[in-house]
Ligand binder design. Structure first.
Ligand SMILES: [Zn+2]
Length: 428
């Protein structure tokens, strides 16, 4: 079941920590199935459900266990007509369950999404909207948010309406090419906007120095220009950056959705204390690189991370003039600490726990470095551009990766195979 479009009216009451949604999901039922399921936040109550305008009910539902990315999801099974186009109208509401932020406590489950007076953060992690397939498929959304007017909010896509009355603000966003519906908000958000001929930049933050934001604007523009020169434009329109420093203390360092990067403000404040530019620059470049590298789903997601990580090294080398060799050496050292039985890249599951980051990001980047050193910079970017253009609108797999790169660089056929199929840190 493929969701094509979400049309949602969302009411958020931060004081009561409550959300109420009335929505329509347009689905494509390619195999004309008669039964399907969707995942929704475990504590939400479904008040009404219509399929192609006929009222219906959930057949049964089950709480999903041991899911790292969606720790509080419930799966609901429904009957559908065996037609190609399905319209699901759904009314639901509730409070998010309370799970510690990522890195807050060394718990097995974590969730950064929140609805409270301190902050609003809604992304796919909480399954706050019905999800039908593996994360990463592209869809359209058209959402209207109703929230107290003292909250400043931001979502992806274009803001096409904003009205304030009776202490409420109503905002409507449309996004043509989304993989998630992300809404962030805070009463204390400061907003800095900068517009140039080529970019629109918006930053949302609470406690960061404004100097940091001005510097980020310069760095983001430079890194973006560098990537665009090497791989081409990721979208046809004028580029817009939304940098949101979500006021969480812990949480995931950052995640990227289209033109929007969501950072943990606590994480950034920690980096600033250490007085080094490098970790933020690298992280920023990594997330920006995902504007291009985001086309592999599920266990093949290592391809996105490998390219984003390696391009972040290239950016700090070529834009910020850091010692590239030293960075590569540091990565090699880090990779050597993984469990020698850790899954190979080719099969590594979509998880950053345990050795996940070291294998998917660092081992992946070091494999790309192997190719980069062999073919040299100019040819490497030519091949990256070709691979990107071939892959950008497909679900590219480990098999596709191996086929492309071993065909283009046959001298490295064996070594690429070893990097892809060996467990642990091999071939280091
Ligand atoms: Zn990444």
């Amino acid at each position: 079941m493929i969701p094509k479009k979400y049309e949602f009216e969302i009411r958020i009451n931060p004081k009561k920590e409550f959300i109420k949604v009335e929505g329509i999901v347009h689905l494509i039922n390619n195999d004309c199935e008669k039964k399907t399921f969707f995942d929704l936040h475990n504590s939400f109550e479904i008040e009404n459900l219509f399929i192609n305008d006929e009222q219906t009910h959930v057949l049964y539902s089950e709480k999903l266990k041991h899911r790292l990315l969606n720790p509080a999801a419930r799966r609901h099974y429904i009957e559908i007509p065996d037609k190609r186009e399905i319209k699901m109208r759904i009314y639901y509401s509730g409070k998010l369950v309370c799970i510690p932020e990522f890195d807050e406590e060394s718990k097995e489950l974590f969730l950064d999404d929140r609805i409270n007076e301190q902050r609003i953060e809604l992304a796919s992690y909480s399954t706050w909207y019905p999800q039908f397939s593996e994360f990463g498929k592209s869809f359209i959304y058209d959402i209207v948010l109703n929230i107290p007017s003292d909250f400043k909010t931001v979502s992806q896509g274009k803001l096409i309406m904003e009205r304030t009355f009776n202490n409420k603000v109503i905002k409507r966003w449309q996004c043509e090419n989304a993989s998630d519906i992300v809404i962030l908000g805070s009463k204390n958000f400061k907003v800095i906007e900068k517009k140039t001929e080529t970019v629109n930049y918006e930053a949302y933050f609470e406690d960061l120095p404004e100097d940091f934001i001005r510097k980020d604007f310069m760095q983001t523009s430079q890194i973006y220009a560098y990537f665009e020169e090497k791989i081409g434009k990721p979208i046809d329109e004028k580029i817009s950056f939304k940098k949101v420093f979500s006021p969480k203390k812990f949480g995931q360092g950052a995640y990227q959705r289209g033109e929007m990067t969501v950072f943990s403000q606590g994480y950034i404040l920690g980096l600033l204390k250490n007085n080094s530019d490098l970790p933020f620059l690298k992280h920023n470049a990594h997330e920006l690189a995902h504007m291009w590298w985001h086309f592999s789903k599920g266990k093949h997601d290592w391809i996105n991370e490998a390219f984003a990580e390696f391009f972040s090294l290239l950016a700090v080398k070529n834009v910020n003039h850091y010692d590239f060799k030293k960075l590569v050496e540091k990565d090699k050292k880090a990779l050597k600490t993984v469990d020698e039985r850790a899954h190979c890249l080719y099969e590594y599951p979509l998880s950053n726990l345990g050795d996940g980051t070291k294998i998917r990001y660092i081992k992946g980047a070091l494999l790309l470095n192997e190719i980069y050193e062999h073919v040299k910079e100019e040819r490497f970017f030519e091949l990256c551009r070709e691979f990107y253009n071939l892959s950008r609108s497909t679900d590219t797999t480990s098999h596709d990766f191996e086929e492309f790169w071993t065909n283009r660089v046959p001298d490295l056929k064996n070594i690429i195979g070893i990097w892809l199929h060996s467990p642990g840190s091999a071939p280091l």
